[in-house]
Design a protein around this ligand. Sequence first.
Ligand code: OAD
Length: 234
Amino acid sequence: MSARPKSIVILTGAGISAESGIDTFRDAGGLWERHSVYDIATPEGFARDPDLVLRFYDERRAGLAKVEPNAAHLALGRLEAEFAGDLLLVTQNVDDLHERGGFVDVCHMHGELRSALCTSCGTRSPWEGPMRDRPPCPVCKAPTLRPDVVWFGEMPYHMDRIEDALAACDLFVSIGTSGAVYPAAGFVSQARAMGTRTLELNLEPSEGTAIFHQARHGAASRLVPEWVEEVLKG
Ligand code: OAD
């Protein structure tokens, strides 16, 4: 990337957390190879078998205690602290490794494992433990909590903020995502349509790789710290 960026939007996906030991979705052996996406990640699946869905996300939430942020998360935390321009980090990930890597203002468009959504009162509450035993909502006390994650067929969070930042940025960077799920998969085209430079950092070419001005392929733990160094050096 040539000119020094003044305003950056970064999109991350499961690939940035892969080297921390969190399963991706679509790689060989990924989550959607072992579980049906329709059973686990749709409102209809939850209505059909809530125990199955609550158990799935309880296990993922408990698994967070066993993983640590890797060099890619840490590098983005450093970027937020040291970059003088505007920066928005949008993640599709429901883990908390960006926060634990030092990034403070993370935009979780697909929700968070460590958050509960009450289907009775609509409150979103910080949540650490399991949900399968139907604990009461901290606010209305109804035993109607669900994982505060966005399922297929539901509207991702923070879309207004993301659209505004995409329209204003001069560099869009996509890290560790297959580019298979919309609306996130469309961000690169939106950015390009506005004349914004676009960069992909991914283990392999994503579905939208041809749309990016530049693509670098390799492990996020190497590519992301290298790129952050470039940006901060100017
Ligand atoms: P995917 O599993 O679809 O894609 C992960 C991407 O990361 C792939 O392109 C891998 O090549 C790449 N990758 C794997 N290891 C990597 C590494 N060490 N360094 C860099 N890249 C690596 O995951 P997402 O694109 O995040 O949504 O999936 C998007 C959404 O689909 C998820 O948020 C989830 C899922 O269904 C919902 O559940 C709504």
